[in-house]
Design a protein around this ligand. Structure first.
Ligand code: SAM
Length: 206
């Protein structure tokens, strides 16, 4: 997976490649899918949600570029795989998941593998997590119609926000940086994520 899916597609950071070698993806997928854990694709994790494709997790991590001690807010814990990669890289991670059952499952895995520096809560991540702001990095792992204003507000000077933005059907991966002269944004290709549902995201369906 690391060689064929990540390195050949431009993931060049040795520390990120090492994290993907050492955080085992099969621990974060339902048992029925364990045999597909290192395939080049997202997988169902229950509750209509997915664990993202390994390359997408790596690409977002490389854009976020966390250094040890960085305070990182993650919106959309899902399986907890991205959370664990960030924690492995030494970030202090705050993660929010709107689905309580998925969060419980992810927390079980964090305990099982002894992941440290992760604080989690069930809730609507589109309003951020004011209590622990500002963040050096914010990563949103669900597709948003636009950038939730609270997330830009909770970004520290020099902070980076990585978020898929666009229609429900497909998005563009965007990076926002808070610089001395304001927010600078850049685009990093197309992607398809499950919707970010909440006050500053999409309405819940049904
Ligand atoms: N990063 C995850 C992983 O590695 O497994 C993948 C996350 S999955 C693609 C997106 C997650 O975002 C889902 O679990 C979904 O329930 C969650 N989500 C959607 N809207 C949310 C919101 N407003 N706040 C928090 N979580 C949200």
């Amino acid at each position: 997976m690391v060689l064929h899916q990540l390195k050949t597609r431009g993931i060049s950071s040795e520390k990120i490649l090492s994290a993907f070698s050492q955080v085992h993806r099969h621990l974060f997928v339902p048992e029925a899918y364990a045999g597909y854990a290192y395939h080049d694709r997202p997988l169902p994790i229950g509750e209509g949600q997915t664990i993202s494709q390994p390359y997408m997790v790596a690409e977002m991590t490389q854009l976020l570029d966390p250094v040890p001690g960085d305070r990182v807010l993650e919106i959309g814990t899902g399986s907890g795989y991205q959370t664990a990669i960030l924690s492995f890289l030494g970030a202090v991670v705050y993660t929010i998941e709107r689905n309580g059952l998925l969060l419980e499952n992810a927390e079980k895995v964090f305990r099982r593998i002894g992941m440290k520096n992760i604080s989690s809560m069930t809730g609507d991540g589109t309003i951020g997590w004011e209590e622990h702001a500002p963040y050096d990095g914010i990563i949103v792992t669900a597709g948003s119609p636009d950038v939730p204003p609270a997330l830009l507000k909770q970004l520290a000077p020099g902070g980076r926000l990585v978020i898929p933005v666009g229609p429900r059907s497909s998005q563009s991966l965007k990076l926002y940086k808070r610089t001395g002269s304001g927010i600078i944004s850049s685009e990093h290709g197309g992607c398809v994520f499950v919707p970010l549902v909440g006050k500053h995201g999409w309405p819940a369906e049904g």
